[in-house]
Design a protein around this ligand. Structure first.
Ligand SMILES: [Zn+2]
Length: 287
């Protein structure tokens, strides 16, 4: 039986969650090393939940250094079927303001220093990513968020930059010209790896500020950004409880069979080491 079916990965400011019954913590080692931190397990209502602070408690790990493969693999081995990422972002458009919530439906990859697949070493897999987020999970997430915010934006494009520096003004204007709506540093490779692990993935993006394109704004003070971040963290804790209580246990999306037609390597030439290492991901297709 699964230790947890629904996982939350907490971003900047969100290092723990409230209201868990039967709370416990587990250390999980994976073929990709240790996750960002120990994983918190417990129940919210009828739902078994896992929580992982993305940057580690105390915020020790930069976006580029995140052990994303270990994080997703560890959640997979716990039985997790759905992941909700909670992330602080900047806004690239006027209509999405500070303290608003966006649930994006598209993504642009501007990272460059991250391993974005579990596969290789003799086992080649090409999953589809036309729709990078789970629409079903996103719908439930938006409904839960709407209980706590009048400013929930459905859809939109999240541009993921490598960081750790923020964008230049020219880059920010470039992303705006591409039609991007919000900007952050962590949605990838999480979304790609979740798809490879056949786990539903959705993002609750909480806006702290307008990115540097907004020259009309006075220079936003760090104090204001931090105050917004703290308020967003409180909102996200409420949304987490609401979502866990409202989410039906069965999935009606295609995420759970993302690898069905994606394994291109002939079964008979897949190395034994790859099969063993990736058994939690591909075992059901290799019989
Ligand atoms: Zn799904």
């Amino acid at each position: 039986m699964a230790e947890a079916t629904l996982a939350f990965i907490g971003g900047s400011g969100l290092y723990d969650i409230d209201g868990l019954s039967d709370r416990r913590e587990v250390t999980i080692d994976t073929p990709f090393g240790l996750p960002s931190d120990d994983i918190v397990l417990g129940n919210i209502g009828e739902t078994s939940v896992a929580f992982l602070p993305r940057h580690g408690r105390g915020h020790r790990i930069s976006p580029t250094e995140l052990p994303v493969r270990a994080n997703i693999f560890a959640l997979k081995t716990l039985g997790v079927e759905r992941i909700v990422s909670i992330s602080a972002v900047g806004s690239l458009i006027e209509e999405i303001g500070p303290l608003d919530i966006a649930v994006p439906d598209q993504i642009i990859d501007r990272t460059g220093s991250r391993v974005a697949t579990f596969f290789g070493d003799g086992l080649v897999v090409h999953v589809g990513l036309a729709e990078p987020f789970c629409a079903e999970l996103s719908e439930h997430l938006m409904a839960a968020a709407a209980e706590y915010s009048e400013h929930v934006h459905a859809g939109g494009t999240y541009v993921v930059i490598e960081g750790p520096q923020f964008s230049t003004r020219a880059e920010s204007e470039l992303y705006r010209s591409w039609g991007a709506d919000i900007i952050g540093m962590t949605a990838l490779p999480e979304a790609k790896l979740a798809r490879e692990a056949e786990i539903c993935y959705a993002i609750m993006a909480l806006v702290t500020d307008y990115d540097v394109w907004s020259q009309s704004e006075d220079d936003v003070s760090v104090a204001l950004v931090v105050a917004n971040l703290m308020q967003n963290v409180e909102t996200s804790k409420s949304v987490i409880r609401s979502l866990a209580n409202r989410l039906p246990s069965d999935r009606n999306c295609a995420c759970g069979s993302a690898l069905k037609d994606a394994i291109i390597t002939s079964r008979e030439v897949i190395p034994r080491e790859a099969k063993e290492k990736l058994f939690p991901l591909v075992g059901k297709y290799l019989d």
